[in-house]
Ligand binder design. Structure first.
Ligand SMILES: C[S@@+](CC[C@H](N)C(=O)[O-])C[C@H]1O[C@@H](n2cnc3c(N)ncnc32)[C@H](O)[C@@H]1O
Length: 226
């Protein structure tokens, strides 16, 4: 499948935070002390939060080609659209949607404060999967990919195999969440991805304590171990 270059109007600045990534990926303190890379990290605040803790993370996402002002403006547009949508919801759903959005906006604002400095420091790279990436083999211990691979299964199996092969070249292991697609069904590419990489890597489907908003409680872990 041909991947179109990303446009500003395609950007949804709705980020997750470090506490959520820890739950999503079963990350423990030892994991967080290792060099990490986040693929499709978007406006998540994880890189910013880990940097403040003195840890090392690089984030990769095509939206990092845009400026802080571009992404901030887009955040305001998306907020305005969402507020219009929330008005039509029953009260309890509206309150729930507002609370979730509050957390996503907070993460995005934390990201935005850090973005320009992080870009200068090479922590936010404006590159897209499937790569290739300008890193030597095994640069990172763990590669994380939240809410992109497997979820957008319409990108197809060839895209997934190419992307994951490149991720495994630069990472000792990778973790992908969720294993469901946008319709809440098992990702159509999951079985073929598992079969493809099982011949050369340890591949596990692992339970996680996240399972938020119908995204399921399972992540895919490839590589790592002995
Ligand atoms: C739903 S967001 C998830 C953001 C972040 N991982 C999180 O959980 O908060 C999906 C992200 O995938 C990014 N994306 C889209 N196409 C991509 C590609 N080809 N390579 C890497 N990231 C891509 C988008 O820019 C967006 O930031």
């Amino acid at each position: 499948m041909m991947i179109e270059p990303i446009k500003l109007n395609d950007v949804y600045p709705w980020g997750h935070n470090l506490a959520e990534y820890k739950a999503i990926f079963n990350l423990d303190d030892m994991d967080l002390r290792r060099p990490l890379v986040g693929f499709a990290d978007g406006t998540s605040s994880v890189n910013s939060e880990l940097t403040q803790l003195g840890r090392k993370m690089v984030s990769v996402d095509p939206i990092y080609q845009f400026t802080k002002q571009d992404i901030d403006r887009r955040l305001n547009d998306v907020m305005a659209q969402s507020e219009q949508y929330w008005r039509g919801l029953p009260e309890d759903h509206r309150q729930q949607a507002i609370a979730i959005a509050g957390s996503r906006v907070k993460a995005t604002k934390t990201f935005l404060v850090d973005f320009e400095l992080g870009k200068q420091q090479g922590r936010y790279l404006p590159t897209a999967l499937p790569g290739p990436f300008a890193f030597p083999d095994n640069t990172f211990s763990i590669g994380l990919c939240a809410h992109f691979l497997l979820l957008y299964d319409y990108y197809g199996l060839a895209f997934h195999i190419q992307a994951i092969t490149e991720m495994l070249r630069i990472c000792n292991e990778i973790r992908i969440y969720p294993t469901l697609n946008l319709h809440g069904q098992k990702s159509f590419v999951l079985d073929d991805v598992v079969n493809h990489f099982s011949s050369n890597y340890r591949v596990h489907l692992e339970t996680v304590e996240y399972g938020f908003q119908g995204m399921g409680e399972e992540m895919l872990r490839i590589g790592g171990g002995d």
